[in-house]
Ligand binder design. Structure first.
Ligand code: HEC
Ligand code: HEC
Ligand code: HEC
Ligand code: HEC
Ligand code: HEC
Length: 184
């Protein structure tokens, strides 16, 4: 794979221009690779970001604790939830049955099968820690998550997770546009 990208890199400028032009468009059927398929339905538990990160001001990185030190921001394990939601602790006033599901997964020792929403192709390298270190807020790329209920779709801020989106910010902020930093 790596060698293929190095070859592609020698044609850098015309390819880049082509992307600047077609960057905003998306071929039909491309949605699965870029993000979630809405037809797959909802999350296994109706987890509200607005309640946790908005109303109760829990820090994004309390749950997504690897964002500043690793490539992946990470989804918290059910143990993180149980810290607050074990029986006799926080029940949930509006959706107590969703909290019961959290306890069930924990009791069975099963991870919650969250449906992934933000995903770039396997040949693209996106390191969270570099962006967090550059002091780019989560919201710049993921939108005002603390005001969102259950996450289902990629936010409009993320430019469909296309190459043109990455490149325009890298241009603006003087970050690398070398093919090989993003492509394996
Ligand atoms: C109490 C824990 C918790 C807090 C606090 C939290 N999150 Fe999450 N986050 C989750 C869980 C669980 C998921 C997986 C379920 C889902 O997609 O909603 C998730 C999913 C996400 C996703 C989608 C991941 C994907 O591609 O599937 C993004 C983006 C995100 N969170 C950003 C944020 C931001 C930004 C904040 C702070 C404003 C935040 N989160 C605060 C627990 C949390
Ligand atoms: C730091 C404490 C804390 C952590 C960690 C936490 N929650 Fe919560 N959660 C709360 C609070 C506070 C509420 C609101 C309770 C209420 O309004 O009655 C809540 C409510 C909920 C609700 C019900 C919402 C409603 O409207 O009733 C669900 C579902 C939920 N949490 C799931 C999760 C999941 C899944 C995780 C782990 C990814 C998690 N929580 C982690 C504190 C936490
Ligand atoms: C510069 C844009 C950008 C910033 C800033 C950013 N993200 Fe992301 N995030 C992405 C992209 C792109 C993906 C998809 C990455 C992939 O597929 O490898 C993603 C994926 C995720 C996921 C899915 C799971 C994972 O580990 O990849 C979560 C959760 C998430 N981001 C949370 C956060 C949180 C929390 C912050 C702030 C601390 C944050 N992101 C900052 C662009 C960003
Ligand atoms: C909102 C602005 C912004 C967006 C959007 C963005 N980046 Fe970045 N990115 C930066 C900045 C700023 C840096 C430089 C950080 C530094 O100098 O350490 C960076 C650094 C990087 C690096 C490390 C470069 C190196 O020199 O080692 C990679 C890889 C990367 N970004 C990939 C991506 C990919 C892939 C996307 C799209 C999916 C993306 N970025 C979207 C701002 C952004
Ligand atoms: C800042 C990060 C970044 C840089 C630099 C970058 N790309 Fe990309 N590239 C991406 C992203 C993100 C995608 C879209 C992946 C997806 O659809 O999930 C992409 C997609 C592509 C595709 C389309 C493959 C597909 O999945 O359809 C080609 C070809 C490509 N890039 C070539 C290049 C070349 C050649 C260069 C150097 C001129 C380059 N890229 C530089 C991030 C980058």
């Amino acid at each position: 794979m790596k060698r293929l990208w190095l070859v592609a890199g020698t044609g850098a400028i015309p390819v880049l221009l082509a992307f600047a032009v077609i960057g905003g468009r998306q071929a039909p059927g491309d949605t699965e690779a870029a993000g979630a398929d809405p037809a797959e339905g909802s999350q296994p538990i109706q987890f509200p970001h607005d309640t946790h990160a908005g109303q109760f001001l829990i820090d994004c990185q309390y749950c997504h604790y690897s964002a500043e030190r690793s490539v992946d921001a990470g989804i918290p394990p059910v143990e993180t939830c149980i810290g607050c939601h074990r029986e006799g602790a926080i029940d949930g006033r509006t959706n107590p049955e969703e909290v019961l599901k959290v306890r069930d997964y924990h009791a069975r020792g099963e991870p919650i099968p969250w449906r992934r929403i933000y995903k770039v192709s396997d040949h693209v390298h996106f390191p969270h820690m570099r962006h967090v270190a550059a002091e780019i807020a989560c919201q710049t790329c993921h939108g005002e998550v603390q005001e969102m209920g259950v996450l289902e779709h990629v936010a409009p801020e993320a430019g469909d997770l296309k190459m043109g989106w990455c490149i325009s910010c890298h241009l603006e902020r003087g970050a690398s546009r070398d093919c090989t930093v993003c492509h394996y």
